[in-house]
Design a protein around this ligand. Structure first.
Ligand SMILES: *Cc1c(COP(=O)(O)O)cnc(C)c1O
Length: 392
């Protein structure tokens, strides 16, 4: 019997839901109109974009006038940070972020440093958590923006955004959050949380790749990032990607309809995997917070092992997961997130991220652990470091 493959890299991307594809299909063919035109085909497209805007706004407690569609989560992050920096330059040049942000935020901040902005990269605790107190202490007269992610993509740690929102609101500083990993996992209310800008991307919640959105609170000054036509109320030029926008809208509606039920199922698989690994495989440690973590995410370090070898052997057994290290992208540097929580290089290198999704089952969790037990034992047999430990 052929075993079905197990995909557990939902933090990297998710498959498109059939219902989402069904909603998108007409906008590739019969309803192909340009949403910025006045005749029937254009009006049809515009109506679809408006519905998607309502779906996105409703999902995060925002107003439709505060939602702008982008081409990705990376674009939303770039726009939020560069747009606020540019529009508020007269007020100050200081930006606060954290050491564990996604590269879409980190590399953007580093780029702005070259343009004369000053950036504070806040450290995190051993669980990858940013403290609201640290944010408060880092704010100064010249601070124009705080950008902290809602949940970390590698170790799943959920940040205290609501507390940070109280701090930024009291200080009159703009708060941006990269909520790419949080949509469908955390109940988001931008007003209750005092969030001024929020980034998302469709492909992390069963929508299409290349679809994103940025929430910008009314009254918050953001310069356009892409200039050209008058689309998106003069803020994001370029002919609307109607099918993609429709897909994002449908996907976010589905993802936020029953967050509690959806996450309960993921959490059960995650906890089963974590508990079994820590109990049945020696020299392992959980990275990230035990409870303040995404329901889908587990990140585990296996001592004396290369994450890369682990991934390849899992792949051969039909399991698609991710290594905590950036080796896969051609760089041998260990993950900046794992280093920020204090892991030594060699331990960071032996890390594995398993992120569950809608189609996974408890049997998948068990099959992954069973495979890991054999693979880890085999790899350790070949490790001279492990040989020393055994003989101690
Ligand atoms: C995936 C991801 C992004 C990038 O989104 P894209 O749509 O792939 O550009 C940004 N931030 C976080 C936290 C992510 O996980």
């Amino acid at each position: 019997m052929e075993n079905k493959r197990i995909y557990v890299d939902h933090s990297a991307t998710t498959p498109l839901k059939q219902e989402v594809l069904d909603a998108m299909m007409p906008y590739f063919t019969q309803n192909f109109g340009n949403a910025s035109t006045v005749y029937a085909e254009g009006r049809e497209a515009k109506k679809a974009v408006s519905l998607a805007r309502e779906q996105v706004a409703k999902a995060i407690g925002a107003d439709v006038k505060e939602i702008y569609f982008t081409g990705s989560g990376t674009e939303a992050d770039n726009w939020a940070i560069r747009g606020v920096a540019k529009a508020n330059k007269a007020k100050g040049n200081h930006i606060i972020t954290s050491a564990v942000e996604h590269h879409a935020v980190l590399h953007t901040c580093q780029d702005l440093e070259k343009e004369g902005f000053e950036v504070t990269y806040l450290p995190v605790d051993e669980f990858g958590m940013v403290s609201a107190e640290d944010v408060k202490n880092a704010i100064k007269d010249t601070t124009i923006l705080v950008t902290i992610m809602m949940a970390n993509n590698e170790i799943g740690t959920i940040m205290p955004i609501e507390e940070i929102g109280k701090v930024t609101k009291a200080a009159g500083v703009i708060l941006h959050t990269d909520a790419v990993q949080a949509i469908g996992m955390i109940d988001i209310d931008v007003n209750k949380m005092n969030i001024d800008l929020l980034s998302m991307t469709g492909h992390k919640f069963y929508g299409p790749k290349g679809s994103g959105a940025l929430f910008v609170r009314q009254g918050v000054k953001v310069a356009p990032f892409i200039t050209g036509g008058a689309q998106e109320r003069n803020k994001r030029a370029g002919t609307e990607n109607v099918a993609s926008i429709v897909g994002l809208g449908k996907a976010i509606e589905l993802a936020t309809t029953d967050i509690e039920g959806h996450t309960a199922k993921l959490r059960a698989m995650r906890d089963r995997l974590i508990d079994r690994i820590l109990e049945e495989i020696p020299y392992t440690r959980l990275n990230g917070h035990r409870t303040q973590r995404l329901a889908s995410n587990s990140n585990i370090s296996f001592e004396f092992i290369e994450g890369e070898s682990l991934l390849l052997m899992l792949d051969m057994q039909g399991i698609s997961a991710s290594s905590g290290s950036a080796c896969t992208s051609g760089s041998l540097d260990p993950s900046h997130v794992l280093l920020a929580i204090g892991l030594k290089h060699e331990i960071a290198h032996g890390s594995l991220r398993v992120s569950f999704g809608d189609s996974n089952t408890m049997e998948d969790a068990d099959r992954i652990v069973d495979s890991l037990k054999t693979i880890v034992a085999r790899l350790r047999e070949m490790s001279p470091l492990y040989e020393n430990v055994k003989n101690r």
